[in-house]
Design a binder for this molecule. Structure first.
Ligand SMILES: Nc1ncnc2c1ncn2[C@@H]1O[C@H](COP(=O)(O)OP(=O)(O)OP(=O)(O)O)[C@@H](O)[C@H]1O
Ligand SMILES: [Mg+2]
Length: 257
């Protein structure tokens, strides 16, 4: 069985001045999967995601989303894919003067002509999926950090994107809240049948939510495998990455074994 790739990156190269960030990167993300990208700080994860969004143009190579080439800068292709992609912004990007309901309804009102009952139904659906069923009337200031992140996801999912992109969705949260946000994101994504591309620094998150984990190293995805296989990888860079993480956790006293 060959699986259909909804994100296809081929030979992607990007440099900033002297710094060669992406060096011929290849990546397939399959329809419906949760792909988690790991990589050291400054390895180019955010730069890669900006190419998926069509916000950066490659020096060489191509990026296709659902068959549309977003790397050539053609307006038509970019417009076609913007409807397919949901991006979870940082919590700070919520509108502080709007309720949770209105924050989530915002993209619907901007982009689709739906009746108020249709809007309410769509908003209630995603709020429910993210465990925010009772929070619609609240203002962002009254929410915890984890709830704000879930609202940001609700807003990204309300247009029912085929691809959900998220850069460090749980950064700054404590481990328990991180787990709750991870679970809410994944159950909502799966319920809506979307494909997720998620960047994280958090290894427990990666192992908990990923169908496949990828490691960005020296400008390429040098390993992309299901969690258990990734853990067993013999690639030196993967072993070093996992080892470094464990050492850091030990140093911080979080892992006692
Ligand atoms: N617009 C830009 N102009 C110049 N250099 C840039 C630009 N954007 C990114 N870079 C450089 O590209 C490299 C990769 O940056 P990127 O933000 O993708 O890292 P990252 O893997 O997301 O790191 P982190 O985990 O810290 O978020 C860095 O060296 C960064 O300084
Ligand atoms: Mg980054």
């Amino acid at each position: 069985m060959t699986r259909a790739a909804i994100i296809e990156v081929r030979g992607l190269c990007k440099r900033f001045g002297e710094v060669e960030v992406l060096r011929g990167l290849d990546l397939d993300v399959y329809e419906g999967e949760t792909f988690v990208l790991l990589g050291g700080s400054g390895s180019g994860k955010t730069v890669l995601m900006k190419h998926l969004e069509g916000l950066l143009r490659p020096d060489a190579g191509t990026v296709r989303i659902a068959g549309h080439d977003v790397s050539g800068g053609a307006r038509r292709e970019l417009d076609a894919t913007h409807r397919l992609i949901g991006v979870a912004f940082q919590a700070g990007a919520l509108f502080d003067s709007m309720t949770v309901f209105d924050n989530v309804a915002f993209p619907l009102r901007e982009q689709l002509s739906l009746s108020p009952p249709q809007i309410a139904a769509r908003v209630e659906e995603v709020l429910g999926l993210l465990g925010l069923g009772d929070a619609g009337h609240k203002l962002p200031a009254a929410l915890s950090g984890g709830m704000k992140k879930r609202v940001a996801f609700a807003r990204a999912l309300v247009l029912r994107p085929r691809v959900l992109l998220a850069d460090e969705p749980t950064a700054g949260l404590d481990p328990l809240t991180t787990e709750a946000v991870d679970d809410a994101i994944i159950s909502a994504q799966k319920a809506l049948g979307a494909t997720a591309f998620i960047i994280t620094h958090d290894l427990p998150t990666a192992f908990r939510i990923a169908d496949r984990i990828g490691l960005l190293h020296e400008g390429r995805i040098i390993e992309a495998a299901p969690p258990e296989q990734f853990r067993q990888s013999q690639h030196p860079a993967v072993k070093a990455f996992l080892h470094d993480w464990l050492e850091r956790e030990r140093a911080e006293g979080l892992v006692t074994r």
